[in-house]
Write a protein that binds this ligand. Structure first.
Ligand SMILES: [Zn+2]
Length: 467
């Protein structure tokens, strides 16, 4: 270590598209500044990247500048809150090591600990912390891994701890009661029911996991997609052998379940695909949003759910077919009406989508400038966070406008032309139908059923139109 005070740079990466992390950023930087103080390091530069959302540009100008300053020797120490802020890919970490080595920089301080980059242990620690490398070179872990691989290839049971759901403690003997639950859940899932609704149904019947806990969507999903329950041995995410224990489902079931979970349309929201009115119906008694929940025999329904995590009164149920028919008819009728044309006319005063996009881009650019201003110490932390809040509000507003315009776009070509829409309706994909309905209808309130009445009573539906 040199006796000269280290001239250090603080690096921070912040996500501008995540709401409410202003405090976290403040803490990130404060902790880094304090750490510099404790070390007696002089902070000569602050490098701050505004991280745009994952699908946008991955360029990080401040990070490139940091590397450049390390190369030229204008800084000789780096402080970062945590390594995951500094690097997102293993390749970046290796480049960082190279630059540090060439520049003779061997100190990297993180708030979670100091890392000595000059030796193999330090670099190894950095890799682990960055979650970028496995302990490939470690003999011991390699031996353990090989043993696991061998056992897996032989289809042998593995692991201690909690027994797997559906099987006894020997991990081989099927428990009939739990096997029946697995069958039921798999059948309902493959029939199109959402994991959430199955989960609620199981919990309502007091079915429990092996630890006695209520099922969550995660635990149920993990259980159903495991290859173990179809008698297959899995190793590191891949099915490697037929297991030595019997299956409860067939391997084909597991394949279908996994395909279903990997379906991108399902990943966002399953219920939106089979249920036309997902999120558009509200309970006439308590105001909760109705959720889709078929009966045991598969009749599709929307219900006010009172189970865990729902908070409804549980007292309103309506057959999906009935209400979907009624609402579709009403929407098609209304799209032909002067009222809707007029209400959409009013909104066409909005600037075009391109202008709102420009506003969103402007706000984003200002966020970037602001971060730079802070990094260059033209403004203080508090000023930055305050200004940031206002700009983010503008950004949100612009995005909301864009979303509204997209809704109107869903109606393009159909306004005042409902007969054509009606003709095409049955052939349209559900998502398109849903988009058109949501463009016209804000929501509908479902009132209590008339006792003894089995068909739809239209007076149960109150429409709240957009515009
Ligand atoms: Zn309710």
């Amino acid at each position: 270590m040199s006796l000269v005070a280290v001239r250090s740079g603080i690096y921070a990466r912040i996500s501008s598209d995540r709401e409410g992390d202003g405090l976290a950023i403040g803490r990130q930087l404060e902790d880094c500044e304090r750490l510099a103080g404790e070390r007696g390091w002089r902070v000569v530069e602050r490098y701050i990247d505004q991280d745009v959302s994952a699908y946008k540009s991955r360029v990080r100008p401040a990070y490139r500048r940091l590397l450049e300053d390390l190369r030229t020797g204008s800084i000789d120490g780096v402080i970062v809150y945590h390594l995951d802020r500094l690097h997102r890919q293993p390749r970046e970490l290796e480049e960082f090591f190279d630059v540090c080595k060439a520049a003779g920089v061997d100190d990297l301080a993180t708030v979670t600990g100091r890392i000595n980059l000059s030796d193999a242990d330090g670099q190894f620690q950095a890799r682990i912390l960055g979650a970028v490398a496995k302990k490939e070179s470690d003999d011991k872990s390699r031996r353990i891994r090989r043993k696991h691989e061998e056992m897996a290839a032989a289809g042998r049971v593995s692991g201690g701890g909690t027994r797997p759901y559906g099987y006894a403690a020997d991990r081989r003997t099927i428990r009939p009661g739990e096997a029946a639950v697995i069958h039921e859940a798999a059948t309902r899932l493959l029939a199109g029911e959402s994991i959430r609704s199955i989960c609620t149904a199981l919990n309502e019947r007091d079915e429990r996991t092996v630890t006695g806990a209520e099922w969550t969507q995660q635990t149920l999903r993990r259980m159903l997609s495991s290859a173990r329950i179809s008698g297959q041995r899995e190793h590191r995410g891949a099915i490697v052998a037929t297991a030595e224990w019997p299956g409860i489902l067939t391997p084909a079931d597991t394949e279908r379940i996994r395909a279903l979970f990997n379906d991108p349309a399902r990943r966002t929201n399953k219920t939106a695909r089979r249920y036309l009115l997902a999120r558009l119906l509200r309970c006439g008694r308590c105001g909760a949003t109705l959720v889709s929940r078929p009966t045991a025999t598969g009749t599709r329904r929307y219900v006010c759910a009172s189970g865990p995590g729902f908070g409804g009164c549980g007292r309103i149920t309506i057959t999906a077919e009935h209400v979907e028919y009624a609402i579709t008819e009403a929407v098609l009728f209304r799209l032909d009406s002067p009222e809707l044309a007029a209400s959409l006319q009013g909104r066409s005063d909005d600037p075009a989508a391109a202008e709102w996009q420009a506003e969103a881009d402007r706000a984003q650019a200002q966020l970037d400038e602001l971060a730079t201003a802070y990094a260059e110490q033209l403004i203080g932390l508090q000023e930055w966070l305050t200004a940031r809040g206002a700009i983010e509000q503008r950004l949100q507003a612009a995005r909301k406008k864009l979303a509204t315009l997209n809704r109107i776009t869903a109606l393009d070509g159909y306004l005042g032309n409902a007969s054509e829409l009606r003709e095409q309706w049955p052939e349209m994909p559900l998502s398109r139908q849903a988009a058109i309905i949501a463009a016209a209808l804000d929501h509908a309130v479902i009132g209590p059923a008339t006792p003894g009445r089995n068909t739809l009573d239209p007076s149960r539906v109150t429409f709240v139109w957009r515009g």
